[in-house]
Design a protein around this ligand. Structure first.
Ligand SMILES: C[S@@+](CC[C@H](N)C(=O)[O-])C[C@H]1O[C@@H](n2cnc3c(N)ncnc32)[C@H](O)[C@@H]1O
Length: 213
């Protein structure tokens, strides 16, 4: 697997957030919507035991809602984000012992297999090198994949200041998903509470086992 420099990956994101609409960083109602989508589109609902890896949880509202509803069956939930974000997560999730916290710099230390890889509005905001590093490290050890992101370059146009270093790389994601998972679907979600950022919402769902639901 290609080695990359993990230091600075999160800071690079944080430095660019300033030029984004602050409400686009994370909206709690949308994180709750994501729980509905995960329950609908993955094996979580029907599983007896389920492990999840989440990249980019921000303040863990989605993780909190997942644990509140499905905590009895979620036996491992691994969160990866920048250190300040993980502090928020720890604050919200302290009562669940099955949660593990890794900074972006520590991501190499994560071992094991997972039922589900989840990332919402995160991977498309990281560097192409980081996206590939994460996909190549984790897709082979995850049974299902659930990624919510935009594929619209309009959302994050190239700029003189930031170039196109961090950008939706949706075609690359789809290529990787097809490489590692038997089934691949792309869904424009219809949820109970539609978002006001429609171009930011695109669900890429891939799974590795036959659909028995
Ligand atoms: C736009 S927010 C989305 C937060 C949340 N998942 C949601 O859907 O509202 C992007 C998140 O990705 C995190 N992030 C940025 N770069 C990252 C990286 N290289 N690895 C993991 N997380 C990263 C940010 O700290 C932030 O929590």
């Amino acid at each position: 697997m290609t080695k990359i420099k993990l230091e600075g990956q999160w800071k690079g994101w944080a430095d660019q957030v300033r030029w984004m609409d602050p409400t686009a960083i994370s909206v709690s109602s949308r994180q709750i919507e994501q729980v509905y989508l995960i329950a609908k589109h993955t094996g979580l609902r029907n599983a007896d035991k389920f492990s999840i890896l989440e990249i980019g949880p921000h303040d863990a509202i989605m993780a909190y809602e997942l644990l509140k509803r499905f905590g009895d069956k979620i036996d491992r939930l691994v969160l990866v984000d920048g250190a300040p974000m993980l502090e928020k997560c720890r604050g919200h999730l302290s009562k669940w012992e099955q949660v593990e916290y890794y900074t972006v710099e520590e991501v190499d230390r994560i071992v094991g297999e997972f039922d589900l890889f989840v990332s919402c509005h995160c991977m498309s905001e990281t560097t192409p090198e980081y996206q590939n590093f994460i996909y190549d490290k984790f897709f082979p050890v995850c049974n299902e994949l659930f990624i919510l992101q935009t594929d619209s370059s309009e959302y994050r146009p190239e700029s003189e200041e930031h170039g196109s270093r961090r950008s939706p790389n949706h075609k690359n994601l789809v290529k990787k998903a097809k490489q590692y998972f038997k089934e691949h679907k792309e869904i424009l979600p219809r949820t109970p509470s539609p978002t006001d950022l429609p171009d930011h919402i695109k669900l890429t769902w891939a799974k590795g086992s036959p659909d028995t639901r």
